[in-house]
Design a protein around this ligand. Structure first.
Ligand SMILES: Cc1cc2nc3c(=O)[nH]c(=O)nc-3n(C[C@H](O)[C@H](O)[C@H](O)COP(=O)(O)OP(=O)(O)OC[C@H]3O[C@@H](n4cnc5c(N)ncnc54)[C@H](O)[C@@H]3O)c2cc1C
Length: 362
């Protein structure tokens, strides 16, 4: 614990002090993992915990990735979701993930190639034909499916119970959490609201670009708006139709569903309600796909995500003592248990950053 060299050059004999900006899934996980490694952690959340994108997530998690680092993070994230499952109200509910196209050509070829690469990474995935899908999931119409992959290591989580659990674990590990407290970050040494820290971690979701810009650091993050809904319906697997670009997953009340229509937006000024066109589009799609589905909409909403030009996240040190974890391109909840841990390990000097996600790569 003793002997850290602070960013301002002073040898500190106390715990390494770290501020985390953002109380969503990523910030809370990072704060917990930092405190477990004996850092003195203060987390700043300008609103309520989870109030950013996390509470608006659909809650899908899978390991169906083809790139090494994506597989590593997804595998670790699901391992941790399982470990946490059963603590407080948090559950990782296993559900297979089926993704498919209804057109031939390149799109079908892409699924076959993805499955092959995932299998090369030892993922429990396979190509499945319409008959096999119908047998396992009689609730789905399959006659138009041209190519499909099925990943067995997948499931759903309730984002709010993840927030509640990680906040509880973080507090128990010694993290001081300030809600309703906007953070303003400055450098030389890294500071939050005027207080100097050995390190500052910005995990402010779609707002991360603005938080870093205040500190004079520019990162290419584009915030965008996406929508989701909960509707009644029968039990389904997690599914993604890559031709029509919508997804759905099982939910205690039926299904949660959303689509790939993304609109660049100002995260401080966006409409948090879903629109009629979205609700009509998604319920039409679900009626086409799910046998005898009525799918009455119970709840719908919009949220913000952020993406980088190469769609990979920014994860790691962006300048001396200042770290960022953002730009999840709609996959931040399922990666949070691993991403927060990686950030903590990098800040504490026990592991190098991920080169592919280096936030200075642009
Ligand atoms: C409709 C929808 C569906 C989604 N579905 C999925 C899914 O199924 N699976 C999946 O993995 N991902 C999904 N996502 C994406 C997922 O929600 C995000 O990637 C993830 O929640 C990001 O977590 P985070 O902690 O990085 O950000 P956030 O949860 O946004 O947390 C950042 C926090 O920082 C706070 N903040 C901002 N500025 C400041 C400041 N200056 N000072 C202090 N605090 C500040 C915000 O208030 C916010 O609470 C979905 C997103 C949406 C909108």
């Amino acid at each position: 614990m003793a002997g850290w060299l602070r960013a301002d050059g002073v040898a500190a004999m106390t715990a390494r002090s770290v501020a985390v900006v953002g109380g969503g899934a990523v910030g809370l996980t990072a704060a917990y993992d930092l405190a477990r490694r004996d850092a003195a952690v203060t987390l700043y959340e300008r609103d309520a915990l989870g109030a950013g994108s996390t509470a608006r997530a659909a809650g899908i998690a899978y390991d169906a990735y083809a790139e090494d680092i994506d597989v590593t993070l997804a595998e670790r994230a699901i391992e941790r979701f399982r470990e946490f499952s059963g603590e407080r109200d948090f559950r990782f509910a296993h559900a297979p993930y089926l993704w498919f196209v209804t057109e031939g050509g390149a799109a079908a070829g892409a699924i076959r190639e993805q499955v092959e690469r995932m299998r090369h990474h030892d993922r429990d995935v396979s190509l499945v034909d319409p008959d096999a899908i119908r047998q396992e999931f009689p609730v789905l119409r399959t006659d138009d499916i041209v190519a499909a992959g099925l990943a067995r290591t997948a499931g759903t989580v309730d984002p709010e119970t993840y927030v509640d659990l990680l906040a509880t674990k973080a507090r128990a590990a010694g993290v001081t959490i300030h809600t309703g407290t906007p953070a303003s970050v400055a450098l030389g040494p890294p500071r939050v609201n005027g207080t100097a820290y050995d390190a500052v971690v910005v995990a402010a979701g779609a707002w991360s670009g603005d938080v870093l810009a205040d500190a004079g650091v520019s990162v290419p993050l584009e915030p965008y708006r996406v929508q989701a809904l909960v509707a009644g319906g029968p039990a389904i697997p997690i599914l993604y139709d890559a031709t029509r670009e919508y997804y759905a997953r099982p939910h205690p009340n039926g299904v949660v569903a959303g689509d790939g229509v993304t609109t660049p937006t100002d995260p401080d000024d966006y409409d948090g309600e879903a629109d009629d066109a979205f609700r009509d589009r998604i319920t039409d799609r679900l009626r086409e796909r799910v046998v005898n589905a009525r799918v009455p909409v119970q709840r719908s909403w919009a949220g913000v995500c952020a993406r980088t030009p190469d769609t990979d996240p920014l994860l790691g040190e962006v300048t001396d003592g200042l770290y960022v974890g953002a730009g999840w391109n709609g996959h931040g909840l399922m990666r949070a248990p691993a991403a927060g841990e990686r950030l903590a390990e990098e800040v504490m000097g026990v592991r190098d950053g991920v080169p592919a996600f280096d936030p200075t790569r642009f």
